[in-house]
Each structure stands twice: as C-alpha cells, then as structure tokens.
Design a protein around this ligand. Structure first.
Ligand code: NAD
Length: 494
C-alpha cells in the first residue's frame, strides 16, 4: 500500500482515514492507494480517502444488485425504507456539530454555512423518508373486460457522481430520493471534498441500512468516476458538476441505453426593475454571490439593473460589498477560501482577464487579518457595467465575482436574462404583479424567484436546468419520478 508523506502525517496526527463502503463492508482500494484530503483554509492535509479503482466500482455495483435481488434491501416495504431514512436524518442531526466541523474544514466554508448544510442534509432524509410510502401507482380505465394497473418501481442500481461544493447536502439530495424509491445506490463523491458524506455513510451503517443498499467508492473522476458512469450494471445516472464531464456522463449513459439527470451549473440573472424594493434587494444580491465563495451552481452571478436606477443601485451594492470579509472556515466570516489552488487560479484568471478587457472594478472586498497562509483565498470583486459580450456576462466563474449589467426596459431585460448558454435559476425584483408573472413565464430556466432569491435552497422545490445547465429534475416530489419507472400490467378478466 502506497501512503504519501502527507497521509503519514495525517495518520500520525490521528486524523481520519476513510475507506470505500462496498456491500456493507469498509475496505481499502483494491490496490491500496489513497488520496490526501486538503483543507482549503490552510492547504494542509487532514484526512485520507481511498483512491477507488474500476474493480472497486465493479464490486460496489454487484453488491448493490445483490442487495436488490437477494438481500434484505429489496425485501423492505416502502414504510420500512422510509423509517430507516428518517433514522438516518435523526442520526445526522445527532452528529450535527461533528459533521459541520468536517464539512467546514473539508470545503473551507464558514461554519454557519456548514451548519446550515448539515441541517439540509438531514432534511433530505426526513423529506424523502416521509415520502417513501406516498408515491402510488394507478389504475387505468381500458377496454371492457380489462383491468389495468400501473406499478411504480425502482430503476435498479443508481449511480451518483457528486461535486465538492456542497458534499453533505449533495449526499442527501442525490441519494435520498433514490433510496426512497427502493433503488440500491453507488456514489462516487468528489476527490476535492467528501469527508462529511463518508461520515454520513458510516451513520447509515449504524442505523441499520442493509448491506449493499448504500455503497460509496471514493477516488478520482477519470478513474472511479468514469468507471461508475460507464458500468453496464447501472440503471440510471445522476450527475452534478461541470458541463464537460456531464457530456461524458451522458455519452456513457447513451452507450448503456440508460437515462441520466445532469445538473451542470449556471449563469443565473437577478433582474432588478426600477420599482423594486431597494432595501430588500441589495443584501440578497450580495449574499447570492458570496455564499459558499460563489461556488454554487445557482449563484446569482449577474445582476441586471434597469438604467433609471443604475447609479443609485450600484452605490448601495458597492457599500455593502466593500464591507465583506474573507477568512478561514473557523473565522466564520462572510466568505471562505475557494476549494483548491486550481479553482483559485481559474477564478483569478477571470478577474485578471476582465481587468485587461477594461471592465471597471466597482468594489473589492478584503481578506481579513489573521487568515492562515497556504489557503486558497480570493477576495470578492464587483464589476460593472459589464459589456454583454464579456466573459463575465456569459461564462460560469464559480467564484465570488459579481457582474452588474444595465438594461433599458422589460423586453431588453428578458432578452438579456436568456442570452447565455445556461438556464438554471432567475430572480425578478419588481412590485408590479403583472410584470412578475409575465417575466417569470418568459425565463428559460428551471426555477424563478420573485422578490427573493434562494441560491441552492428548497428541498421541497423541484430544481434543475435547461440548455447547458442540464436536464432532469432533483428535489421535491419530482425527484421521486426520476428515480422510478412505471410498469403496466393488463388483466383480462372477461
Ligand atoms: P467536475 O465535473 O470535474 O467534477 C464533478 C464530479 O465529477 C467529481 O466527483 C469528479 O470526480 C467527477 N468526475 C470528473 N471527471 C470525471 C469523468 N471523466 N467521469 C466521471 N466522473 C468524473 O468539476 P470540477 O473540475 O471539480 O469543477 C470544474 C467546474 O465545474 C467548476 O469550476 C464549475 O464551473 C463546475 N462545477 C459545477 C458544479 C455544480 O454544482 N453544478 C459543481 C462543481 C463544479
């Protein structure tokens, strides 16, 4: 087994080392290799995970199949599955602070954000646990002498590839609806951050999930991730991450003739009309870009402002932006570091290019004194007016960079909002009820907030995108349909 020096240091410090969960057993990667988990707050390794292989993925998929066909999982009733899931929700809440500390250290996110994320993770298991026995089949009126029943069945073994920005929440968001519908799941979390999900998988074991119901193989995307996406034993894939990898996952799904949901990020607009409630808008637009360091698929990264209020609005946002403070997860300020040195380089690349392009900087926040050296910090930047064809107006930065773009009137705002390749979420700020409806209906995206904005929020609310943001719906009762399929049974009774 090859263990790196950082991993040895981790072991000496008594820090955590996580193995794969396959068929109810914790086991190292088939070749014994591990990966270091680095905290973005200080750049120090603090845990190890298994560098899962194709063989590990194969074993996990087979264990999941067995759990469905021969094991206890496939025999549980919907209410029994729901009870187990509710117990997991309770266990997550019972370990709330421990999980929040792990999540914060792993992702660098401020503690208050990590705590909210753990509450949300528990809520996914509560919501879908309670829903497990409430998705019913149907009977259909057919020809005389017939009875037709529609069963709603699990898809089978579902594969889940999740990103690093909200690992704890994604564990719940991706797995809970699949488990509620009776699928057996295999998850490949992100190599950049996945420690809290691993701890939650341990809790799932503790509360009694049968062997093989919930399997986790950690490792690199191009190794374990690619092996999972292309495995012929997978019946459905759920992927959240970059559009590039989403394309690979969809191609692999096509080869295996299965479906997939893709959630690939966005360039979400918030449209501020001249009659908007100014005091309500300003804190929300600022928070919607600094939450999680802007590394949120539904971050409100474009603020479209009606020209008649542009200057007054900019003054108010600038004032708030300049007060933002960046620091480590433990300092618990407005914004933490970005996930990795790579992500920092990528985001700084956008900022430098925009400056070279002559886009005016309206405000820059500060990294607070006492922030640990070695962390991946980027202070939030407010740009504006951003030309409509500049990269900052069109591309997903995935960092704390906010673009202000002026518009003329309602028609111009709609055109501008829909002008990017993405379509995930939109925000509309106006007191005019007719305009709220008109503009909401015209948005090319999966979710619209009126006089509010909830980046990432709402377990009960169907969520997902159009265009380059992906397809399929997660969250809410919609997700239960994605993870199940109908079977039509036709009885001829004469
Ligand atoms: P990514 O798409 O590479 O990683 C997401 C997940 O996919 C991880 O678990 C990773 O291990 C896995 N993966 C990577 N390559 C794979 C492959 N060939 N086959 C199967 N799985 C694979 O994302 P990233 O590189 O971590 O981030 C890059 C950009 O993606 C970000 O800057 C951001 O724009 C976007 N992103 C979006 C979201 C979102 O919530 N929509 C989340 C993370 C990243």
């Amino acid at each position: 087994m090859s263990v790196s020096s950082a991993a040895r240091k981790v072991a000496e410090q008594g820090a955590v080392g996580f193995q794969n969960l396959v068929g109810g057993r914790w086991q190292p990667a088939s070749d014994g290799r591990t990966l270091d988990m680095v905290s973005p707050s200080d750049g120090e390794a603090f845990a190890t995970i298994a560098r899962g292989t194709k063989q590990d993925v194969d074993a996990a998929v087979k264990a999941a199949r067995q759990a469905l066909d021969e094991g206890a999982w496939g025999k549980l009733t919907a209410v029994e599955r729901g009870r187990l899931m509710m117990k997991l929700g309770e266990a997550i809440l019972a370990h709330h602070e421990e999980l929040a500390q792990l999540e914060a250290r792993d992702c660098g996110k401020p503690m208050k954000q990590a705590r909210a994320d753990i509450t949300a993770a528990a809520r996914y298991f509560e919501f879908y646990g309670a829903a497990a026995d409430k998705v019913h089949g149907e009977t259909i009126p057919f020809l005389d002498g017939y009875m037709v029943t529609i069963l709603r069945e699990p898809k089978g073994v579902t594969g889940h590839i999740i990103p690093w920005n909200y690992p704890a929440q994604m564990f719940g968001r991706s797995l809970a609806p699949a488990l509620a519908m009776g699928n057996a799941v295999v998850m490949k979390p992100a190599e950049d951050a996945c420690v809290a999900p691993m701890r939650m998988a341990q809790l799932a074991q503790d509360v009694g999930f049968p062997p093989g119901a919930l399997n986790v193989v950690t490792g690199l995307g191009e190794e374990a991730g690619a092996a999972l996406a292309s495995h012929p034993g997978i019946s459905f894939m759920s992927f959240t991450g970059s559009p590039e990898v989403g394309t690979l996952v969809q191609k692999a799904a096509a080869e295996n003739h299965i479906g997939c949901t893709l959630e690939l990020g966005g360039k979400s607009p918030q449209i501020v009309f001249e009659d908007a409630d100014f005091d309500a808008v300003v804190p929300v637009v600022v928070n919607a870009i600094v939450q999680n360091g802007g590394q949120t698929c539904s971050a409100g990264s474009r603020v479209l402002v009606q020209k008649s209020i542009h200057d007054r609005f900019v003054t108010a946002v600038k004032a708030r932006f300049s007060l933002l403070r960046v620091g480590s997860h433990a300092m618990d300020l407005d914004c933490g570091p970005l996930i990795s040195a790579n992500q920092k380089k990528r985001v700084l690349g956008f900022i430098e290019q925009a400056k070279k392009d002559g886009v005016p900087v309206l405000a820059e926040a500060q990294v607070a004194d006492g922030t640990p050296a070695g962390g991946f910090y980027v202070a939030p930047v407010l740009f504006g007016p951003v030309p409509r064809d500049n990269a900052l107006a069109c591309e997903e930065v995935f960092g704390p960079v906010l673009s202000i773009i002026p518009f003329e009137d309602e028609a111009d705002a709609i055109k501008l909002a829909n002008s990017t390749d993405y379509g995930l979420v939109a925000g509309i700020w106006t007191r005019d009820g007719g305009r709220q409806m008109r503009v909401a209906k015209k948005m090319h995206c999966g979710q619209v907030f009126v006089n509010g904005y909830g980046a990432g929020g709402g377990i009960e609310l169907p969520f997902g995108g159009v265009k380059k943001s992906g397809h399929g719906r997660e969250k809410g009762m919609e997700a239960l349909h994605e993870f199940s399929q109908t079977k039509t049974i036709v009885f001829k009774h004469g």
